[in-house]
Design a binder for this molecule. Structure first.
Ligand SMILES: Cc1cc2nc3c(=O)[nH]c(=O)nc-3n(C[C@H](O)[C@H](O)[C@H](O)COP(=O)(O)O)c2cc1C
Length: 191
């Protein structure tokens, strides 16, 4: 069975380093035999989660689209930017909206048994470890199987060339290890 892998970055900005990292991960996942969907969260604008909005209007259309995308894939690779030692509000907001019940469908359906790989391109010296830890906790709590391998890149503004490709082959190898683990586990689990 060909595993279907969704790839996204927790940043909206056009020049996002994590979007570059997500593109690299998507390329590696295709090479590893997965069917890959690479999305840009900028294409799915969402209000900050507000329970009153949910009660009045239900889930926003983009939250339903993201929920359907999560459900349609066996694994998810997330490039997690680090803001103030945590994950970005954009990423947490998406996770929160997608975790809400829709009709009869429980909020955890998009997450349960989903194989998740984490990577991070961070401006600082800690390589996004704190952002990935935060994402790992939240996603595991929702039922995701977060693979043990991960890749964090410190001072990532030096890490990509003008075409947005990773310059250091060791980082490509490290990212490939994360991607391959996701593809292998997702393939085995959903065979
Ligand atoms: C509000 C804010 C807080 C940040 N906090 C951290 C941090 O705690 N650790 C870190 O390594 N970089 C931090 N940075 C730098 C980001 O990692 C850097 O801007 C990175 O490129 C953002 O990801 P992006 O390029 O995908 O948008 C912060 C940036 C912003 C805007």
């Amino acid at each position: 069975m060909t595993p279907r892998i969704l790839v996204l970055a927790g940043s909206l900005r056009a020049a996002s380093l994590n979007k570059m990292l997500a593109r690299e991960a998507a390329t590696l996942a295709r090479a590893a035999g997965a069917e890959v969907t690479l999305i840009d969260l900028k294409d799915f604008p969402l209000p900050i989660y507000d329970g009153d909005v949910e009660v009045a209007d239900g889930l926003p259309a983009n939250a339903r689209k993201l929920k359907d995308l999560f459900i349609a894939h066996h694994g998810i690779i997330v490039a997690c930017p680090e803001y103030n030692a945590g994950m970005t509000a954009v990423l947490k907001n998406v996770i929160d909206w997608v975790s809400r019940q829709h009709g009869d469908e429980s909020g955890t359906v998009p997450y349960e048994g989903k194989v998740v790989g984490l990577c991070s391109a961070a401006g600082g010296q800690f390589a996004g470890i704190r952002s990935m830890e935060a994402a790992r906790n939240v996603l595991m709590n929702l039922g995701c199987l977060v693979v043990p391998k991960r890749l964090g890149i410190a001072r990532a503004n030096q890490a990509f060339d003008e075409a947005g490709r990773l310059k250091d082959p060791q980082l490509v190898t490290g990212l490939d290890a994360v991607v391959k683990q996701v593809v292998q586990v997702a393939g085995a689990l959903h065979a």
